[in-house]
Design a protein around this ligand. Structure first.
Ligand code: LLP
Length: 448
């Protein structure tokens, strides 16, 4: 049984609550009033939650002897306001395209605290990054190393780089978001020798300065074991580099990937425990081969913003569908769908959903929350229990939509993207305004 009233604190934003009318509130404002003001569907971020996660990361990683930089992975969700909050809290920003770089720069993030990666950065993207003085560029191929070295030489600067390596670690997560095994597009493999070739090439380029090594083993990871293997292999590689090239790297970046709870069964490791495990293994491995302790870096995205937002939808239709003689499933159609949350269709992601605009004593029944797109795979929450009396006009809130929902959204079926707002202490603000039909029509030169 799912309790449609209780909001599990490990899944919902920190300030989520219900008021006396049974409406869900975030930061002291009811979702009903927010939808009245900004429309539906609506992404609502809890500012306090984001700031708190940033602080937790900083304090977890700053207690140990290993100095650690925390880069927020902007791909999870990026707007100038969120970037400013995170920089205020002491985080740096990781970007993977010229677009994300532009947002970070427009937010006033200092270029030297930006890290830029990606497997196919374009020449203009690299030129821009070098020109503005991005602190670290993570190189991902031999072609890119030559390209970047030429760009930096022409501009007369020495660009700091990290080499993205593939460790051969299988993070236990969905294949599409697991990135450090061998047969994939990211990084340079240690096992095949490609990583050493890339490092040698970087070291031979006067316009590049090798700071360290970078890895990323996947996403939505719940335990430290993958990171422990990663840390072991990356330190081993650093030691090989020292012996082979007489060069000591000073920075090891183990990427992001720390998971969050979307449903009650999800049990991700606490950030403090993860930090301790990663620090311990780095220290132990370095001590074992007498390698000077490098600076460490991590790149959490989802762990900072994922749990901070909910998506509120308005119900348009409720259709009981006879599935078997014993099973009726309520198909609850909402005013968004796979265009604002593709994760269910793409990764079989699971979400927690609740009636957000009132209280009810109705029984919970087998339900599926679906979108309004012309596609049967357009499912937001596949299997859930929701009150039997849900009706058109009711609001539903889906938790855990702060990461990889708005950034992966589309205009499928010409749906304008929802607005994104944030709330704190009874005040709301727009992070990204709602798209209008005019925004979409403006792209078609045939429309006068
Ligand atoms: N660093 C690198 C190099 C990455 O590629 C990523 C994510 C991160 C950090 C941040 O990972 P996080 O801490 O957020 O797990 N769209 C997928 C996730 C793709 C992650 C891509 N890279 C999803 O919706 O689950």
């Amino acid at each position: 049984m799912v309790d449609s009233i209780e909001l599990d604190p490990k899944i919902w934003p920190d300030t989520a609550d219900r008021n006396s009318r049974g409406e869900i509130t975030i930061g002291g404002l009811s979702v009903t009033s927010l939808v009245e003001e900004y429309g539906s569907p609506l992404f609502i971020f809890d500012e306090a939650h984001i700031r708190e996660r940033a602080r937790q990361y900083l304090s977890a990683y700053n207690t140990a002897d290993v100095p650690t930089d925390i880069y927020y992975a902007g791909k999870a969700f990026l707007s100038t306001t969120v970037a400013k909050w995170l920089v205020e809290e002491g985080l740096r920003i990781d970007v993977c395209t010229g677009g994300e770089l532009e947002v970070a720069l427009r937010a006033g993030v200092k270029p030297e605290s930006i890290l830029f990666h990606g497997n196919n950065k374009s020449v203009p993207e690299l030129e821009k990054a070098v020109e503005v003085g991005v602190g670290r560029i993570v190189v991902d191929s031999l072609v890119e190393i030559s390209r970047l070295s030429q760009i930096a030489a022409v501009k007369g600067v020495t660009q700091q780089v990290l080499v993205r390596v593939t460790l051969g670690v299988e993070a236990h997560t969905h294949e599409a978001i697991s990135t450090a095994h061998e047969d994939q597009k990211f990084g340079l493999s240690i096992a095949s020798g490609a990583a050493l070739d890339a490092i040698e090439l970087v070291l031979s380029q006067p316009s590049l300065s090798l700071l360290g090594l970078h890895s990323h083993i996947g996403s939505q990871i719940f335990d430290a074991s993958g990171f422990e293997i990663a840390a072991h292999r990356i330190v081993e590689l650093a030691d090989t580099v020292r012996k082979k090239f007489d060069f000591t790297v000073t920075e090891l970046n183990v990427g992001g990937g720390m998971g969050i709870a979307y449903i009650p069964e999800d049990d991700p490791i606490q950030v403090g425990h993860m930090a301790k495990a990663i620090h311990e293994i780095i220290s132990t491995e370095c001590a074992r081969v007498h390698f000077p302790l490098p600076k460490l870096a991590v790149e959490p995205g989802r762990a900072i913003v994922g749990g901070a937002a909910i998506t509120v939808y308005e119900i348009g239709t409720v259709k009981p569908v006879l599935v078997t003689d014993e099973l009726v499933r309520h198909y609850i159609s909402v005013d968004g769908g796979m265009s604002d949350n593709i994760r269910t269709a793409l990764y079989d992601a699971q979400y927690t959903v609740a009636l957000a605009s009132r209280q009810t004593a109705a029984l919970a029944v087998t339900s599926r929350v679906v979108g309004k797109h012309c596609e049967s795979g357009d499912i937001v929450v596949r299997d859930t229990l929701l009150p039997a009396d849900l009706a058109p006009g009711d609001l539903l809130a889906v938790a855990g939509t702060g990461a990889y929902c708005r950034p992966m959204s589309s205009n499928y079926n010409f749906l304008p993207r929802p607005a994104v707002v944030s709330v704190k202490d009874g005040k709301s603000q727009v992070l990204l305004r709602r798209e209008t039909m005019d925004d979409l029509l403006a792209l078609d030169p045939g429309i006068k």
